[in-house]
Each structure stands twice: as C-alpha cells, then as structure tokens.
Design a protein around this ligand. Sequence first.
Ligand SMILES: Cc1cc2nc3c(=O)[nH]c(=O)nc-3n(C[C@H](O)[C@H](O)[C@H](O)COP(=O)(O)OP(=O)(O)OC[C@H]3O[C@@H](n4cnc5c(N)ncnc54)[C@H](O)[C@@H]3O)c2cc1C
Length: 400
Amino acid sequence: MVVVSTPDSVLVVGASAAGLSTAEALRRQGYRGRLTILGAEEHLPYDRPPLSKQVLSGVWEPQQAQLRPRAALDALDAELILGDPAVGLDVAARTVRTASGRSLRADAVVIATGLRARTLPGQDGLAGVHTLRGLDDAQSLRKDLLAASRAVVVGDGVLGSEIAATARSMGLDVTLAGPQHAPMAMQLGPFAAELLSDLHAENGVRLRLGASVAALETAGGRTTGVRLETGEVLPAEVVVVAFGAAPVTDWLDGSGLRLENGVVCDACCRAADGIWAVGDVARWHHDGLGTMLRLENRTNATEQAAAVAANILGEDRPYVPVPYFWTDQFDAKIQVHGVLPTNAEVDIVDGATADRRFVALYRQAGRTVGVLGWNMPKQTRLRRSELDTNAIATPTGGTS
Ligand SMILES: Cc1cc2nc3c(=O)[nH]c(=O)nc-3n(C[C@H](O)[C@H](O)[C@H](O)COP(=O)(O)OP(=O)(O)OC[C@H]3O[C@@H](n4cnc5c(N)ncnc54)[C@H](O)[C@@H]3O)c2cc1C
C-alpha cells in the first residue's frame, strides 16, 4: 500500500465548513505545498448554521454568514476555484474533472461535498415549496415567508424545528408536521424533546406530530399546503421540506470508492490511498464506538478537518471525537455532548427545568454517556469532563 505522507499538492473538493477548515488546518500544521479548493457554488465559503436562524430571520445580512473575510482567504495561499462542481474522480491518478472541463491532479484529494436536501415527490418547479441547505435557499425562503401568512414545515428533526421557530418568530402562523411524537425526539430523547415540544407550543407553533405527510396540495403551479396520511389538509402559502439530506456522492459514482450513506472511510478518514473524506459526507469507522459513523454537525466539520489534515501529513491517527451538536430555537440554546440513549437515567445537576436553564447528565449502568445543556453553556462545558467516553455507545444525537 502506498501512503503519501508528505504530499506536494492537496486538492479539497467542497468549499464550505469542512473543506475550508481542512485547508486552514493543513497550513496551521505546517503544510507549504500547493493547495487548491474547488467549490460548486459561486459564493465565497459561508457557514450554514446561521441560515436557519439569523439569515432567515433577517437579523443578519447574508454576507455575515461568510466564514472568512477575503483577506484571510488570500492569506491561505490557496487557489480558490468557485462555481465549478467536480463531476468525476480518477482515484488511481488522483485527478478530479470539473463541469467546466478542468482536470485537477493532486497528491492528496479531500472530499468535502456535504449533503443535499431531500425533496418530496412533485416538489420541483412548484412555487412556494422550499428546502434549506444553502445561502440562495435561505434568501429565497425568507422572501416567500415575508409575503406569506401561513407556513407548514415538513420534518420534525433539527432543521425543521429551527425553521419552524424562526418562521414563527417572524410572525407567521406555523405548523410543524412530522412522524415523531415530539420535535427532535430522535436527537434529544423523550425528556428534552417533550420540553422542546412545550416550547414550540407555548410560542404558538401548531404541532401536527405523529403523522407523516402524504403529498403536497397544489393549485395553478403553486403549493396550497400539505395533506397528511390521516387525510387532514394543512393549508399554507409556503411549505418547507426539511426531512433530511443525502450525502453528495453522485459525482463519485463509478470511481471505485465505496459509497454507502456517504464516502466510506477507515478510522483515519481515508477512503483510498491519497483520498480522504471530511465533514457531513464522510462515513468513517469510529474506533472508540466500534461502529461506522457519519456526523452532520458543524463542530465535527472543524474537528474532523484537523484530524484529516494531520493524517494527510502523515500522522495516521484514528479520529475518535465525542459527538457534539447544538441548536438554537426561540430563547433556547441547547447543547449536547456525547449520546442521549432513550433508556438512560436523566439527572438534572445544575439549574432547573422549570426555569428553562439546566444541565442534565444521562447515565447508563452508572456511567455518564451524555450531557445536555439548556441555556447554560458554561456549566454544560464544565460538565462535559464528567463524560465516560469509553462508555459511549450506540450514538444518537445528530448522527446517522
Ligand atoms: C440550515 C442549516 C442549519 C444548521 N444548523 C446547525 C446547528 O445549529 N448546529 C450544528 O451543529 N450544525 C448545524 N448545521 C449543520 C452544519 O452546517 C453542517 O454539519 C456543516 O455545514 C457541514 O459542513 P461540510 O463542509 O461537511 O458540508 P457543507 O456545508 O454542506 O458543504 C459542502 C460544500 O460542497 C459543495 N459541493 C457539493 N458538491 C460539490 C461538487 N461536486 N464539487 C464541488 N463542490 C461541491 C457545496 O456547494 C458546499 O458548499 C446546519 C446545517 C444547515 C443546512
């Protein structure tokens, strides 16, 4: 097996959180060779968490989501090629073909192409129906929300819950529909998901949970709402489809890489000799958990990027993070370290749930496997040290 430990050139495909962080980590860790970052979008690299919060609500101008000022990007000394998606990869030659016909070769290629939102049948081309993954999506959704009075959000996961909260804060009549018994039940477990459910209800979000959406209702090329499996119709001028996203790997079809719910990698995030994957698109073997894992969260994008950069430079160390994610909805800042198994004992160790300021420890067989903080970021961080990282198994929060 040929392992490139000191490449002369690195090509990063995907110019967002994970891709840019990999490039920055390479430079920070002393890499001085040729560096190219290839992105499908025309925008300078931007951050996605603000899209469903500050950008959608209008608290931020879209450019405030930009990850780095132009000067910092220039200081990276990287060639930034934007608006030209990769369309193919020759693994043996480590060469990427782009839509415009470029052929880019490098000693190491990093795949950081993230996710694409899933859609409902019949959604394409229908006015008033949105997904939210990129900056253009956020701007177009905001425009429609500003002109509407009723919105339905299809999807009771993190993104759907956040969009429902933001749209409601913008004054719309909002219904959140999805198959779970409470918003984010899969990520938060029953205890915290019930609290979140209460928070949404108190803020006026109509919850239509426990029923899947059967179809979009339409008239004259526009949506008029959604129909649930139960037959109930939820009328709306705007429908947001937020029921998951799929790894962007179609450009790798036929490359010989293993593509199963992401780019399959070893414990060091290596997909093949000289080929690496990072961020939402990467599914790697987490040696600590003893399982394949793909994390869809912002912190992982940065942490995995640092690990991949070190491994490209020859460290060859397995990536074994403690899963972490956060979400902001209404006045709640929720943070989760580790995992929150449904059968765990939940112990409030700081604050009180009645005050909506608390830290809960999740224990299984006497060992702390998860920490959930609700509007107590400092205490949550401190409590993280109580996690028994060896005991964390069967991941849940923000993972797939
Ligand atoms: C609206 C929203 C809100 C979120 N909020 C939170 C939050 O509150 N907390 C949290 O922890 N996480 C949140 N996340 C998740 C977090 O943003 C992601 O985990 C993170 O963006 C992953 O970074 P990434 O670089 O792996 O993928 P992405 O950010 O998806 O970037 C992938 C990039 O690759 C580009 N690309 C795709 N195909 C190609 C191609 N063929 N060639 C070249 N480039 C290509 C894309 O255009 C994109 O720029 C949120 C995500 C979204 C969408």
